[in-house]
Structure formats: structure tokens, C-alpha cells
Design a protein around this ligand. Sequence first.
Ligand SMILES: [Mn+2]
Length: 436
Amino acid sequence: MDQVTTPALDQDFLAQQNAPLTAALDDEYDALGRALQRRGIDIERITDTVSAFAVAVPSWGVGSGGTRFARFPMGGEPRGIFDKLEDCAVVNRMTGATPTVSPHFPWDETTDMAAVREAASSLGLGFDAVNSNTFQDHPGNTLHPLSYKYGSLSHTDPAVRAQAVAHNIRCAELGEVLGSKSLTVWIGDGANFPGQQHFGRAFERYIESAKAIYAGIPGDWKLFLEHKMFEPAFYATVIQDWGSSLLAAQAIGERALCLVDLGHHAPNVNIEMIVSRLIHAGKLAGFHFNDSKYGDDDLDAGAIEPYRLFLVFNELVEAARADAGFAPSYMLDQSHNVTDPIESLMTSAVEVQRAFAQALLVDRGALDGFQDANDPMMASQTLKRAFTTDVQPILAMARSRKGSAIDPVAAYRASGYRAAVTRIRPAKSGGSGGIV
Ligand SMILES: [Mn+2]
């Protein structure tokens, strides 16, 4: 396979890009450091903590997404997992925040998964949770002769359920080769019409199938259950909300946890409170970050409601205060319809990092006091003070110290990466958009 020759992954190129920006960054970082010092906050501690933060990139995220209506492919789309890894490496090189990739099977399956692991390793990448796909048919794939049109893990036909269970266990086997430690299961199972499906029996069949998966994956693996309110089923989905997800996770076992995709809720739902409840239950797996305006829009993280993203991280930072071992899994899950996916993923990784940095600035002692004293105005202002602090110099300094880009999008554009891969990779049309 042709390899792209690109300065995007070159340390000297990034140093050259950063050079004219360094003096201004130092100045802004010092000023912010003095401002935070007056609030009793050590900027270096925040920068170190932000530096250690990582969010996984989904392998499908580097291709152009689409909607139910159309998909508009862009130049240089990845031809397979090796190209995807190269694109993911650019995202990580530029941001220093995305060292792992979350693959999707059978989309990313090859005859030599060890070669995939080696390719990733040579690009400085590891693997996060693996994702199974039983929400579409896989024509020509002999492991999936039966159709998922009417469901997978909750299908009325035991043969379809067995096929879907076997695929999930196989995903873990492929993931073992890659060094992954968790399997994310999202199913499209559900109904488009009232009466189409028996709610209770479908849920029981799902739990029975999920238990079989749980028994079939390695004992040190976690099983992440992802809920989604609607689509492809538009009347009811089997795992439609965090309540269904929690009931299933509790029935399945200790290592079954609930994954929160920010887009998979009704508008205005209080997601940060769901996060708190799942933490309380010891069942929070982690996140698929994205943003939305109307439904499951799969827009870039932080693009619409950055305050909500901050409030989610406020709960996470609070949970880490109570439990030093608290370590949920973070991943981006977006559909890039009109942007260069690499630019969207870089920007989203930075936005997620930004929300984390802001949440680290919350004066938790003061907030505790205002909550106990029933002072809603000061409690709210305590959060707002952290949220409105411009943490950009912290994020940029963390990147600069790692040898990543002070301005990731500008450096990426200057590298000419997209034009270079467009010359090498043939144009693709149609294909699956990959909204999960
Ligand atoms: Mn998702």
C-alpha cells in the first residue's frame, strides 16, 4: 500500500510551525498563571493534568460521514484500516491528545490483525474499545449469512441472536490481538410501529444474548453498553435510555458498564445528572463525545453546547476527587459531513480537553459551601467563573511541550496532508456514513 510522504508527522515541521507562536504563548501563559495564582490555583498542576488527558479517535471518524439522504465524499478518504491509522496519527501528532484508536468490526477486520497492531505502534498509536456491528447486514461475509433487518441480539429468531453473539465474541478476539480491553455494544434493534415488538420479551432476549457475550469475552475485559433513543428504529429501541442500559448492565455482571453518547438523548435531557447517577451506581463506562442541536446530529464536540460539556466534566472531576481510581473511557463519536474529518477530530479533541481544564478550575470547597448554605447564585457563579476562564494558553502549552502543534488546524493545513493523500488514495463514492 502506498504510504503518504507528509510533513504532518514530522517533529521538525511542527517546531517550525510553532516557532513564530511561542513568544505570544509564553506571554499569555504567564499572565494566566498569575491570574490563577491569585485564585490559589497552580497553573503547572492544571497543565500537567490536562497533558495526561486522552480521548480515543474512532476509526470510522476519519472518513466523511453522511446523513440518511446522502454522503458527499472528500478527497483522500482512507481505503482501509491502515490509511485510517495514518489519519488518526496526524490527529494525535497535532493535538497530543488522541493516542488511541477505537476500531469497528467487521469494517476494520483484516487477515493479519497483528500487522494492524504493528502499524499502529509504529505511528505511536494504541487501541481503545473495539466496536461490534450488528446494525447492518454484511453482504458476502460468511460469518453473517442471516439478516439483522429485524434486530440482532434481541431478534425473535435464536439463530440470528447466536450469529450476533458470535460476532461480538469474535470482536473481542480481534481486539485481543490489538491490545484492547473493552467491547462496546450498540444495537439498532427496536420497532418502528406500536405493537411491532413485545417490549418485555425483546429486552429479555437482549439480556440473555448480552450475558452470552459477557461469558465469551476475556475475564479482564469490560463490556460497554451504549444506549440510543432512536434511529434506526423510530418508535422504540431496545436499549433506548440510561435506565434500560443500567438495568441490563446490572443483570449482566460486574464488568458490564453503561456508555454515554452525548447525542443519544432527547433534547434538553440533563445528561450531567445521568452521569452522576451512573457514577453513583458504579456503572459509568465512559463517553462518546459529540454535540447536537436537534437530535442525534453527531456534530463536533463543543460546537453547540460547550457549557453542557463543561457540566459533564464537572461531574467527572468531582467523581475523581472522591475516587482516585476513577477512570472512565473517553472517545469521540461524530459524523463529519461538511468538514475535513481530521480538522473536526483535532478541534473536538481540543474542545473536550478544554471542558476538562475548565472543570479542574472549579473551586470545589467553595461550591460545597454554597450548596450546603443553599446559595444558588454563588454556587452557579462558582461554576461560571471556571467555565468563563480562557484556558487556551494551558491547552496550547500542553501541546507545545509535547512537540505537538500550538495551532493544530493551521499546522495541519500548512502540512498539505489532505492534498498529499488525495493524490495517493482513489476517490470513493457512497459507502456507509458510519453514524453509530
Ligand atoms: Mn456512539
